[in-house]
Write a protein that binds this ligand. Sequence first.
Ligand code: FES
Ligand code: FES
Length: 163
Amino acid sequence: MRVNFTVNGRPQEADDVWEGESLLYVLRERLGLPGSKNACEQGECGSCTVRLDGVLVCSCLVAAGQAEGRQVDTVEGLTGENGELGTLQQAFVDAGAVQCGFCTPGLLVAADELLERNPEPSDGDIREALSGNLCRCTGYEKILDAVRLAAARAEAAEEAVRP
Ligand code: FES
Ligand code: FES
């Protein structure tokens, strides 16, 4: 079957998709978007997290056909037009929250969703929002630092343009 959907704001189509094919497979192998990572393929690790019509999903558990006509946002969409890092991505780098980096795309997508709906999250809010994303490297503290840093920078940027 053919799947037509929008990925990071651009119309896309994938041909010859078989019924059991996951959205994660289509993104990585058919559309050349390898940011979403494939680790457990069981919905356990969060490394494949994307947004489907704005809602966080494990793309390994979503059949590609379910994305027909819908909006998918991946970690690649957090990067600027010229490839520059977004605020959240830069905060992860600056806070030292990236080690092997395998969990990072899923964490970024989940953190982006959190900050969009709650620009000033408490530590509890951050922990809850990222609870579906496993990291074997960082011990999580630097990831929490990164989200706090991104929230503070976004707030400072907003204050700077406020009349
Ligand atoms: S690869 Fe999808 S949750 Fe682990
Ligand atoms: S940085 Fe390695 S799994 Fe998180």
